[in-house]
Design a protein around this ligand. Structure first.
Ligand SMILES: Cc1cc2nc3c(=O)[nH]c(=O)nc-3n(C[C@H](O)[C@H](O)[C@H](O)COP(=O)(O)OP(=O)(O)OC[C@H]3O[C@@H](n4cnc5c(N)ncnc54)[C@H](O)[C@@H]3O)c2cc1C
Length: 471
């Protein structure tokens, strides 16, 4: 065997650089590395694993049609390195670049050392070498406009590796009570088509409400995160449809988010320390105390605030919630409960099927006011509850014990004995948070560092938009 395509997150056949290049000699196989330790990190979950396994199952079938086997290696990347040195010392390895948390990135770094035939390919619209924010938008566009990779070639030589094939691989994953999205490229493609054809109607408004967003958002996030469809494929399909669409304005809004996807991931790729360190390092002094009990009540949906608890209950059931509610949940933990984001971030990530470290960690930091380059925003729980679910019907669906309670009492969270005790006073906690955040931001040293952060990570486009009053 001359070539091996390693799958980590790019679980698809089409527009897959690593797979296509591995197939050129028509003497290749696919390999998925199942590392238990990776999957037991606190930010990983069985939702995410189930989605990955669904996607691999479909991928295996498609590979088999090309006479290609998909194998599974159970163990770490260092164990894989040893195995490959012993069994296939001269094989060419092909892998797509992913922006990951330190556990995986460090392993991959060690794995790549002394491996002369490891080829890594760009997948998202990020700058892997010498990132330069001034040229970022242009390089993103170039990546998205490029001709997608062809389907991989049919294999000529079916070699047997001394490893289980994916269909023989068994995990102890319990999947009965999971109500998460289905993995695989076929369902990703169906979502894209139905979104572009009709679901996007009213997207730019409906995306804020948790009940309407469920249908009106694309729901492509786990597919993009696990790479069952490439972001370039989504972008080009969108471009082919946007001008003739009745919902052009909604689709422009969607297109903007495809940029944001890579814009956020770029930050973690450029600076992996962001996994544990605030983008503005001074902000790490802000929240020195961890209160486990408070955090437990937040993540288990027992805060005493019906809208917060309803969002958490929904998120845990379906593995997804819309952007606005994610931001509100995070703002509540960081501002009202005043807990360090480093403690709460992995717990929230664990609930998302679409967990994408680059987006997640940078959004968490943004919603916690620790980037130094974004204006802090403290969400009012009462306002969001009233705006996004005026009749409180959605809240009641998630929390049926509130079925007979008046909507105004639910919005104001003045339920007394009828519901759980409130963990915090909203007004005074928000006031204190605002004071502390602005106090730290007011000194000139803080602002000097913030300018350096902007140079490294800030979106240049938003500066223009700001000047034009667009953002
Ligand atoms: C605290 C917090 C954590 C988040 N964690 C994640 C995460 O782990 N994975 C993830 O994919 N998204 C994350 N998001 C961003 C956003 O909430 C989700 O991308 C979106 O809700 C997914 O639903 P959708 O695919 O229907 O989105 P759509 O509105 O249909 O958007 C299409 C795609 O654009 C990208 N996108 C949309 N909004 C954003 C955004 N604000 N920033 C960056 N990219 C965006 C996503 O890839 C998304 O799939 C987070 C947001 C917050 C506030």
């Amino acid at each position: 065997m001359r070539d091996l395509a390693l799958f980590h997150r790019n679980l698809r056949l089409e527009d897959n650089a690593a797979l296509y290049n591995a197939s050129l000699n028509q003497d290749y196989a696919g390999l998925y590395v199942f590392d238990k330790e990776y999957w037991s990190q606190s930010d990983r979950s069985k939702n995410q694993l189930k989605f990955a396994l669904d996607s691999l199952k479909e991928l295996e079938k498609k590979l088999n049609n090309l006479n290609v086997c998909l194998y599974v290696f159970e163990g770490s990347l260092s164990a894989l390195k040893k195995f490959l040195h012993e069994t296939l010392p001269n094989v060419n390895l092909h892998i797509n670049h992913t922006t990951e948390t330190n556990y995986y990135s460090n392993q991959l770094k060690k794995f790549s050392k002394d491996f002369p035939f490891l080829y890594s390919y760009k997948d998202f619209g990020i700058q892997i070498n010498n990132p330069d924010r001034d040229k970022w938008a242009r390089s993103w566009q170039k990546h998205m406009n490029k001709q997608p990779y062809n389907s991989p070639k049919t294999n000529n030589n079916l070699h047997q590796l001394n490893l289980p094939k994916f269909k023989e691989f068994k995990t102890t994953l319990e999947t009965q009570d999971m109500q998460i999205q289905t993995g695989g490229s076929n369902s990703g493609r169906e979502l894209l088509n139905s979104f572009l054809e009709h679901r996007c109607k009213g997207y730019s408004k409906k995306m804020s409400s948790p009940s309407e967003a469920e249908y009106a958002c694309s729901r492509l996030s786990p597919h993009i995160a696990f790479g069952t469809i490439s972001i370039r494929d989504i972008y080009q399909t969108l471009e082919n449809n946007i001008n003739n669409s009745r919902y052009r304005w909604d689709l422009y809004s969607f297109k903007k988010r495809l940029h944001w996807h890579c814009h956020f991931i770029q930050k973690l790729d450029t600076q992996p320390s962001l996994e544990h360190q605030s983008m503005h390092p001074d902000c790490d002094q802000l929240r020195p105390k961890v209160d486990r009990e408070l955090i437990d009540k937040w993540i288990s949906g027992n805060t005493g605030f019906p809208f917060v608890d309803a969002c958490m209950t929904y998120l845990k059931k379906y593995g997804w919630i819309n952007f606005r509610m994610r931001a509100m949940l995070m703002s509540f933990a960081s501002y009202n409960l005043w807990q360090p984001w480093q403690q709460t971030s992995p717990l929230l990530a664990n609930t998302f099927t679409d967990y994408e470290p680059g987006i997640h960690i940078c959004q968490v930091q943004m919603q916690s006011g620790v980037t130094g380059i974004n204006l802090p925003r403290i969400y009012s729980i009462t306002k969001q509850s009233l705006d996004q679910d005026p009749e409180a019907n959605w809240i009641k669906n998630q929390l049926p014990q509130l079925e007979d309670i008046d909507k105004n009492i639910i919005h104001s969270a003045e339920l007394g004995e009828l519901y759980k005790e409130k963990v915090v006073d909203l007004k005074s906690s928000a006031k204190k948070a605002r004071e502390l955040v602005w106090q730290i931001r007011s000194n000139s040293e803080f602002r000097k560092k913030a300018r350096e952060i902007y140079e490294l990570h800030g979106s240049r486009k938003s500066r223009v938009e700001k000047r034009k009053g667009l953002s």
